[in-house]
Structure formats: structure tokens, C-alpha cells
Design a protein around this ligand. Structure first.
Ligand code: SF4
Ligand code: SF4
Length: 133
């Protein structure tokens, strides 16, 4: 659990919506013969309203521990609104879920590193970024 940010996991689903974890990759390969790629949405991610649900973790408390579910958020993404950028992990749980709802609705844009790396104002950013339009 990250001690850097004040809130525990908000079950917003941002991380799993952006890329599958190691266990998702192993499960997809083992059970379905499918190779999941970085940057694609995890196929085991579901939503109940605004709350993310991890299919494998729902079936196994041991997997919950292994996946870090319910622990801190260390997602390395930034919410950018004009000149202001905020670490996604530091957001209040309600704000995280609101951002993800907007991403899922197509109302905000998720930019990959390659899209913004040449922008001088954003050079200090190191991972993907959510831009609030
Ligand atoms: S709060 Fe962080 S760790 Fe939890 S689901 Fe959202 S992005 Fe993932
Ligand atoms: S398996 Fe669960 S924790 Fe891993 S990426 Fe998918 S939804 Fe997230």
C-alpha cells in the first residue's frame, strides 16, 4: 500500500480499465489461450454502478490479497485540467470514480505517453495521463 496518498482503493477501476494485471494475463492465457496486451482493458473487469468488480478476486480472497485489492492506490496517471496536473492516486474516491465514469462515457480523453512526450509543459509526467476536457 502506498503511504504517499491518503485514500485507500476507491474501486474506481481506472487501473484495470487501462491495462490488465499480471494475474489477468496469466488467467487469460491459461484458461482461454488469449494473450492480453498492455494498454488494453482487462476482460475480467466489470462494473456494478460506479464500483469496479474484479472477476477473479470475487472468487478468491487469496487473489484479493495477491492483487492488492482494497489496499492503496499507486496508479501512475495524472489528471490534467488546463495548467493544473494532479496525481490520479491522490484524488478523493468520489473524484476518481467520477473521472472513470467520464472516461467510460467518452467525455474525457486518456492520453498515452507517446501523445504528450513532446509537449514541453508536460515533460515531468512519466506515465499516462487523463485530460479533463
Ligand atoms: S483507486 Fe487506484 S488502485 Fe483502486 S481501482 Fe482506482 S486506480 Fe485502481
Ligand atoms: S484481473 Fe482483476 S485486478 Fe487484474 S486487471 Fe483484471 S479486474 Fe483488475
Amino acid at each position: 500500500m502506498s503511504a504517499k496518498y491518503p485514500y485507500s482503493c476507491a474501486r474506481c477501476g481506472y487501473c484495470c480499465n487501462q491495462t490488465p494485471c499480471k494475474i489477468a494475463k496469466e488467467a487469460a492465457l491459461h484458461f482461454e489461450g488469449v494473450i492480453l496486451q498492455d494498454g488494453q482493458r482487462c476482460p475480467y473487469l466489470k462494473f456494478e454502478g460506479a464500483l469496479a468488480v474484479c472477476g477473479p478476486a470475487r472468487r478468491s480472497s487469496m487473489l484479493c490479497v495477491a492483487l492488492g485489492i482494497g489496499q492503496g492506490c499507486c496508479t501512475r496517471a495524472w489528471v490534467v485540467n488546463g495548467e493544473k496536473s494532479t496525481p490520479f492516486a491522490s484524488l478523493h474516491p468520489d473524484d476518481k470514480r467520477a473521472v472513470v465514469a467520464a472516461v467510460r462515457a467518452g467525455a474525457v480523453k486518456v492520453m498515452e505517453k507517446a501523445e504528450w512526450k513532446d509537449n514541453p509543459g508536460l515533460k515531468r509526467l512519466t506515465e499516462n495521463m487523463v485530460e479533463v476536457l
